[in-house]
Design a protein around this ligand. Structure first.
Ligand code: F0G
Length: 456
């Protein structure tokens, strides 16, 4: 039997669609970069699913229990028990968000000459690894790079290539192997338990620790329950425990499956490594029992880690993304398939087939969605990843995508149906699109602050 969302709305936040002339003005003022448009001028904001979720009544009441003591606060123990409960790991280092934990971890273990493989490293993970000198190596299965192949676990790590890499480099050159669940950079695609188990076996045979980037662990567990026959009759909580049981450590941005607006952690089995990371944590984030978070944040997250594993919630969450993908397809929009756990990715090349990558087709689509209906997504194409080679020639990104990430428990089915209609309108008017050129770009991470101008 079909089931709606297992919650109802107790508090609302008004949103407004600005007039078309206002939207045009906001775009111009922002240099056609959606990161620079005020959030108040956005009607449906699908920029990210990170820290943008709605907390439950239980999380809001947990905030009131926050113990703001500097050291050994009651709220820390609640957070610690919750994280230890689902990871099974003894050592937990709290931090204010995912990349802060990555920084603490990689400041200790990433060094020039070392390599850190993953299915796909998320941008901040890659940046932290490379900042401290190691190579960040992506080893996702080849199907994970094909936007239209329908397979259950396109986030899997290529075990053959992992084995080869570890044989070639040996444990001295590989301080750890990571696996991102779900695989955000590869479209939010899940990783199977068989693959997690296989990765762990290979790592341990070579004496290399295995870590999960666990931002979306519950969504991944839901996919395992749906798609991996062996796990059909296991509960999500059991699957979660089993996923972590194969890992030696984990990093997590709790702004995703912590159902919180801020927070993260590093969890470890190895006491010696935990001790090594403690000084870096104190230096960068704060004392060991708060790591840059208020006691009330720790409380809300402890509650969030519980709620996120409820199966009725996960069914509604992942179902909403799948329905959103179907609605977009019904409007003639080509999307990356199958849909993942947290976002739908639109293929901008199919919307603007004549626009060369130099003219930023995915940015053109991002701008058009805002212009048409006040919808904000994020470009994942040549504006984010395009480069110049040594001769100054333009090297485009592999794909020209726009990610529409859905915040947790925030928008209703009709908001997403509206977004699909807006995308349909954009497609109807796509013929006249001429694309964009950069008028300002910073030396790195240019998509956040660059400015552009429409071409005529
Ligand atoms: N790892 C993954 C897989 C992520 O998706 C993110 C963040 C991080 C690490 C870093 O966490 O933002 O708390 O520092 N992803 C967000 C996104 C920003 O929009 O996909 P953070």
């Amino acid at each position: 039997m079909w089931q709606p969302e297992p919650y109802r709305i107790k508090m609302v936040e008004p949103i407004r669609l600005p007039e078309r002339v206002e939207r045009e003005k906001y775009l111009e003022q922002a240099g056609y970069n959606l990161f620079l448009v005020p959030a108040e001028a956005v009607f449906v904001d699908l920029l990210t699913d990170s820290g943008t979720g709605a907390m439950s009544d239980r999380q809001w009441s947990a905030l009131m229990r926050g113990d703001e003591s500097y050291a050994q606060a009651r709220s820390w123990f609640r957070f610690y028990e919750a994280v230890k409960g689902f990871t099974g790991m003894e050592h937990v280092l709290p931090c204010h968000q995912g990349r802060a934990g990555e920084n603490v971890l990689f400041s200790e273990i990433s060094k020039p000459g070392l390599t850190i493989p993953s299915n796909n490293h998320f941008d901040t993970t890659r940046a932290n690894i490379e900042f401290y000198g190691a190579e960040a190596l992506d080893l996702v299965v080849p199907e994970g790079r094909d936007p239209h192949k329908i397979l259950p676990f396109k986030g899997n790590l290529d075990l053959g290539r992992l084995e080869e890499t570890l044989k070639k480099l040996g444990r001295q050159k590989v301080p750890l192997v990571m696996c991102t669940v779900t695989n955000n950079t590869g479209g939010g695609q899940p990783v199977s338990l068989a693959n997690i188990r296989g990765t762990s076996e290979i790592c341990h045979r070579h004496g290399v620790p295995f870590f999960l980037d666990a931002c979306r662990f519950a969504e991944n567990a839901w996919f395992i329950k749906q798609r991996e026959p062996e796990y059909k009759n296991k509960s999500v909580r059991e699957i979660v425990r089993e996923m972590f049981s194969f890992a030696d450590g984990a990093t997590m941005s709790a702004k995703k499956d912590g159902l919180g607006n801020i927070g993260g952690f590093i969890a470890l089995r190895d006491e010696a490594l935990a001790k090594r990371l403690q000084s870096a944590l104190i230096l960068r984030e704060g004392f060991l029992t708060y790591g840059g978070l208020a006691g009330r944040d720790l409380e809300a997250l402890a509650q969030g880690f519980e709620e996120v594993q409820e199966e009725s919630y996960l069914q509604a969450r992942v179902g909403q993304i799948a329905d959103f993908g179907e609605a977009l397809k019904a409007h003639g929009v080509s999307i990356l398939e199958p849909t993942g756990g947290h976002a739908v990715y639109l293929d901008a090349k199919s919307v603007f087939p004549k626009l060369p990558a130099e003219r930023f087709p995915a940015q053109a689509l991002t701008v058009a969605l805002y212009r048409e209906g006040g919808v904000r997504g994020v470009e994942i194409g040549s504006l984010m990843f395009g480069k110049k080679d040594e001769n100054g020639a333009f090297v485009p990104a592999a794909m020209e995508l726009v990610r529409l990430a859905v915040p947790r428990r925030v928008y209703t089915a009709s908001h997403l149906a509206y977004v699909a209609d807006v995308a349909g309108e954009v497609i109807k008017k796509a013929g006249g699109e001429k694309g964009y050129e950069l008028t300002y770009e910073p030396p790195f991470l240019r998509h956040f602050t660059s400015r552009l101008r429409p071409l005529s």
